[in-house]
Ligand binder design. Structure first.
Ligand code: FES
Length: 202
């Protein structure tokens, strides 16, 4: 990502997004329409891929807010991209539980597979790599988030497989990459291991 993204001169919601924006605003009492700022920022990002200065000004205008108030929200929450990102925004968690479970190897795998470092976008505009704070899925660490999907229980090989599948236009399996069910113990269930046992304890 460059230091100074090219800012579009203007922003307007599409007809569909504008209808959704009106629906979000209508959820709140008269005079409290500012409460819709977060979903409107999300709508703008889903439309444009990031939140530009022009989008911030358009949202501020819709909600009767000062642009700086919208900017404060957009810069506080890391889910809002204040710079353009690739089609796949790869956010790798390197917080403590993920680090203890191998996020260094996952990060190395992302770097080697994509040929980019943190904060960079591939030349074809397909992938952007970002470092994230805890993604809230520590129980299945290490974790990366790509757009709206989580990929969990990763290692170097499964990370490469996910990225290469996306690059080929495929839809890799989300969630645990080792096949464990949700956040079940990594080696499989340790209690209630048979229907009979479950019935006896019920
Ligand atoms: S520390 Fe990585 S998901 Fe929580």
């Amino acid at each position: 990502m460059s230091d100074s993204p090219a800012e579009p001169a203007a922003f307007a919601f599409t007809a569909e997004s504008a209808e959704q924006a009106r629906a979000f605003i209508a959820r709140y009492p008269i005079g409290r329409q500012q409460s819709a700022v977060m979903p409107l920022l999300d709508l703008a990002q889903r439309q444009e891929g990031w939140v530009s200065r022009a989008a911030i000004e358009a949202i501020a205008d819709m909600l009767g807010m000062a642009p700086i108030q919208v900017e404060e929200v957009a810069t506080f929450y890391t889910m809002y991209n204040r710079r353009p990102v690739g089609r796949f925004h790869v956010q790798i968690c390197t917080n403590l539980p993920c680090m203890l479970r191998g996020s260094d190897a996952v990060l190395d795998s992302v770097r080697e597979t994509l040929g980019i470092g943190i904060g960079e976008t591939t030349a074809d505009g397909l992938f952007t790599l970002s470092e994230a704070e805890c993604l809230g899925a520590c129980v299945n660490a290490p974790v990366i988030q790509i757009n709206d999907d989580y990929y969990e229980d990763l290692d170097a090989a499964s990370t490469r497989a996910v990225l290469e599948a996306l690059g080929r236009g495929e839809t890799p399996k989300t969630g645990s990459q080792t096949g464990r069910q949700t956040s079940c113990p990594a080696g499989g269930p340790t209690t209630l291991t048979s229907p009979a046992a479950a019935t006896e304890r019920a």
